[in-house]
Design a protein around this ligand. Structure first.
Ligand code: HEC
Ligand code: HEC
Length: 347
């Protein structure tokens, strides 16, 4: 029996290698049904079988850097950014701050499918986490802001988010607050008129650049083999082998490319994603591939917040992006691996 299982394992590794090149998509498309036995009948054989050697890991992932902003040099700017991030006075009725939808004590999210703004109205998209967001190639689900500095200026004037009527109205409000006069002057030393709309973005962005969450997976990537348990390692192997890693890779395990939702099996959504920005036919239903850091804590999932659990998100991804039906063995192991991406000390 053992020998048979081992042969089966070798065979499926081989068949994966055969189909993992450019033709992977096409191959799995007409091949839905073998997904099940391919991934769930290995039992314990998987682990230790597929190599998680440093060369393989380096090919796909990169540990989180210690920091991406000099926190000593920019202490005043970061302090100002944090204050602005938490301040509901940036909204028309003094009730909504960035942290209402991106709660710092709740993994940078509000745990709702879509978020209520200053009048309780909701937009059509789920609030992504601000944690590690500064690492992404661009901001928003459709990438319409180029970085966190530019992004931060959007929600303040967004009529259904913080609802301020104009840049001038925001500046007028802040100029009446003595504390801000002092803080902007300190953060933007040498500038004649430091309370400017663009500087709000610079400060909030600087603060967001400090929101990195090193995880056990980073320790593992840096060579601490004990940082992940056996189930998590098995999940990582499956994540690589199944092809999740073709989109979710790099330092944020995602956040570095744009891909269509429904690459293989069409996904039902009215949101056209990047198409609304670029107008390109090929950008229909294309979204930024989300980072999977802290993913166990940032549900509900997908741009529309329509998926309540991580189990379901994993199943839907396998089906829509890779054309594979996966069983509970795959889901449990991959979920265990994804749990190792939660910031240390917050698991
Ligand atoms: C009413 C809820 C709400 C408020 C208030 C809000 N946001 Fe957001 N935020 C969202 C939603 C929803 C999105 C996704 C919108 C989209 O992609 O079109 C988003 C996207 C983002 C992103 C992009 C993250 C990524 O992975 O692409 C960042 C960063 C961010 N917000 C920071 C902020 C900051 C800073 C503030 C305060 C100035 C703020 N948000 C205020 C709901 C909110
Ligand atoms: C072809 C690229 C691609 C592949 C392959 C892929 N994903 Fe995704 N993934 C995406 C995109 C794009 C989204 C955002 C979809 C949306 O919200 O419309 C996403 C979203 C997710 C989410 C939800 C993230 C969030 O913040 O809501 C999870 C979890 C996820 N993927 C896990 C996986 C797993 C596990 C696999 C392998 C079974 C996988 N993905 C394979 C591109 C991919």
């Amino acid at each position: 029996m053992k020998v048979f299982l081992f042969l089966l394992f070798l065979l499926s590794t081989y068949s994966y290698a055969q189909s993992s090149g450019h033709d992977h998509k096409e191959k799995s498309q007409g091949d839905h049904h073998h997904g099940m036995h391919d991934n769930d009948h290995h039992g314990g054989m998987m682990h230790g079988g597929h190599k998680l050697d440093p060369t393989t890991l380096k090919q796909f992932f990169e540990p989180l850097p210690a920091s991406i902003i000099d926190e000593n040099k920019h202490a005043a700017l970061i302090g100002l950014g944090k204050k602005l991030y938490l301040d509901p006075r940036l909204s028309i009725n003094d009730k909504i701050s960035c942290s209402s939808c991106h709660q710092l004590d709740n993994f940078g999210v509000d745990s709702q499918p879509t978020s209520p703004g200053h009048e309780g109205k909701r937009g059509g998209r789920n609030s992504p986490t601000t944690l590690n967001a500064a690492l992404h190639i661009a901001q928003f689900w459709d990438g319409r802001a180029k970085n966190v500095e530019e992004q931060a200026l959007g929600p303040i004037l967004n009529p259904i988010e913080m609802g301020m009527p104009s840049e001038a109205a925001v500046i007028e409000k802040l100029k009446k607050i003595d504390e801000y006069k002092a803080m902007f002057a300190e953060a933007f030393k040498g500038e004649q008129d430091p309370i400017q709309y663009k500087n709000i973005g610079v400060a909030i962005g600087a603060f967001e650049r400090t929101l990195l969450t090193p995880s056990r997976f980073d320790d593992f990537l840096k060579g601490d083999e004990k940082a992940l348990n056996d189930t998590e390692k098995k999940g990582l192997q499956k994540f690589i082998q199944m092809g999740c890693v073709t989109c979710h890779n790099g330092v944020a395990i995602g956040g570095n490319s744009f891909k269509k939702i429904g690459m293989v099996e069409p996904y039902d959504t009215k949101d056209l994603g990047r198409y609304e920005i670029t107008g390109l036919e090929t950008d229909k239903k294309v979204f930024k591939v989300p980072s999977l850091r802290n993913i166990a804590k940032t549900g509900p999932y997908f741009h529309d917040g329509s998926v309540a659990t991580l189990d379901e998100a994993i199943r839907e991804m396998a089906e829509h992006q890779l054309g594979r039906k996966v069983g509970p063995g795959f889901v449990d192991d991959v979920k265990a691996f994804l749990g190792s991406l939660t910031g240390k000390g917050k698991e």
